[in-house]
Every structure is written in structure tokens, then in C-alpha cells.
Design a binder for this molecule. Structure first.
Ligand SMILES: *Cc1c(COP(=O)(O)O)cnc(C)c1O
Length: 248
């Protein structure tokens, strides 16, 4: 009994914390939009729930969040199963896959993702398409652009100069829908410069594919710069859910 009371008190505290973080985040988005002369309605906030428990996803949904981001297939599937087992339909939320996309995970990810942000290799395309087909729907995808000035091996994303080539392949893959681009500003660089590069790629892409309107950019530390550069989707972890354990 004591345990139950403590647990529900813990849930209430967490709900309060998430609600406060969400309110602060919404104020930040509104202020950034005002500075940039944009309408906050244009911005989709994705709550990046990686490393946080399924219970947080449920609380966020109760607080009005519709979009969650996960970066590992195994973790996303485990949370979806846990939510379903608890009587909560995980598809009440849109699940954005934002992490490194191993070829052998593509098919699985395509079965539940509402949008895949991290397409960066041609080998992923047929596997993603196979998963989308199994689910009987077209899968919206973004090309991830590498925004590091010095492209180092192992970094994710295609170099800006190669983004259109991969986008053409994606657009030609039945079952996949090219919706735009995604980028991560380099840790030690100037986010405005990186996002300007991304926006330039986005404009070229949209000239060829008018439906490719999504610009996924901006995290807890740089969402203002991303919104100034035209971001339509911001991916927010720490500012909403708190500090993650290091290394993830
Ligand atoms: C973790 C992660 C985020 C969120 O980062 P925060 O700094 O916690 O807001 C955004 N995008 C990607 C691709 C991530 O992996």
C-alpha cells in the first residue's frame, strides 16, 4: 500500500515536471517564431524519449504531445509493446525514427514509424519499402544531411552535395515518400551556419519535389537557430525529459 502511494506520488511529480518543461518549451518555440517572423503552428515538436521509460510517453500524450522520437529500433519496439500491454495504443502517437539506421533494422522500423528521419544510404531503401509494404502504407522519409564541415568517416548523413542523388533514389522507390531533410548541427560548430547549409539543400530538394516540405532541425540547445533557418520539426530531448545518462 505504501509502495502504491509512493508510486502514484512519483507519477504525479513526474507529470508536474513534464508539464512545466513542456510549457517552458512551448514558450521558447513561440519566442523563436516571433523573432523569425514565423507562425508557431508551422512547428512540430517531437519529444525525443530515447532512454526514458514508456510511462513518460504516456504522460506526454496526456499532456498533449502527439509526436515522439526514438533512435533505437529495439528500444522503440520494447516501449510500444509495454504501452500496448498496459492498455494504451502506441499508435495514438506518431513515432519518429531519428537514429542511425542499420540496414538490418530498416524493415522493422518501417512497420511502426510515422516518419523516418535518418535515411542516408541507398541500401536502406528496399528494406524500408519492404516494411512499409507489410504494413500496407506509404512511409514518409527524410534524407539525413551531414552538416559537419569536415566529413569524417562514421558520421551519419550524406554530404550536402550528395543529398539530391539519394533523394532521387528515395523518390523512385515505391512504398516510400520523400518528405524532406534532417540534420544535426555539429557539437563544436556554429549552428546557424550548419542550418543554413541544410536549408539550402532543402530548397533545392523542394524545387524538384514540391511535397518535400519537412526540415527536421534543432534540438534542446539550438532550436532557436533551427527555427530561424526554417525548421518545421524540432527534436527535443533534454529540455523536455531531463538530462540523459552520458553516452547515449
Ligand atoms: C537525442 C537526439 C535529439 C535530442 O537531443 P536533445 O539535445 O536532448 O534535445 C535530437 N535529434 C537526434 C537525432 C537525437 O539523437
Amino acid at each position: 500500500m505504501v509502495g502504491a502511494v509512493t508510486a502514484s506520488q512519483g507519477t504525479a511529480d513526474r507529470r508536474h515536471e513534464l508539464a512545466a518543461n513542456l510549457a517552458a518549451l512551448r514558450r521558447r518555440v513561440i519566442a523563436a517564431c516571433r523573432t523569425a517572423g514565423r507562425d508557431p503552428e508551422e512547428i512540430t515538436v517531437i519529444a525525443v524519449t530515447k532512454t526514458f521509460p514508456a510511462a513518460d510517453i504516456r504522460l506526454l500524450h496526456e499532456l498533449g504531445v502527439h509526436d515522439v522520437g526514438e533512435n533505437r529500433d529495439q528500444e522503440a519496439r520494447a516501449k510500444r509493446a509495454e504501452l500496448a500491454a498496459g492498455g494504451f495504443d502506441p499508435d495514438l502517437l506518431r513515432w519518429h525514427f531519428i537514429g542511425a539506421l542499420q540496414v538490418n533494422k530498416c524493415r522493422s522500423v518501417a512497420r511502426y514509424a510515422a516518419m523516418v528521419h535518418s535515411v542516408d544510404r541507398a541500401e536502406q531503401l528496399p528494406r524500408l519499402a519492404a516494411g512499409a509494404r507489410e504494413r500496407g502504407r506509404v512511409l514518409p522519409c527524410l534524407v539525413q544531411v551531414n552538416l559537419d564541415p569536415e566529413v569524417s568517416p562514421g558520421r551519419r548523413g550524406v554530404p550536402p552535395a550528395d543529398a539530391l542523388t539519394l533523394a532521387d533514389l528515395l523518390a523512385d522507390t515505391p512504398g516510400l515518400e520523400l518528405r524532406g531533410v534532417m540534420g544535426i548541427a555539429p557539437l563544436d560548430g556554429e549552428p546557424a551556419a550548419a542550418f543554413a547549409t541544410l536549408a539550402q539543400v532543402a530548397r533545392k530538394l523542394q524545387a524538384r519535389y514540391p511535397a518535400a516540405t519537412v526540415l527536421s532541425a534543432g534540438m534542446s540547445g539550438d532550436l532557436e537557430a533551427a527555427i530561424a533557418a526554417g525548421a518545421t520539426h524540432v527534436r527535443i530531448g533534454a529540455a523536455l525529459l531531463g538530462t540523459r545518462v552520458v553516452g547515449v
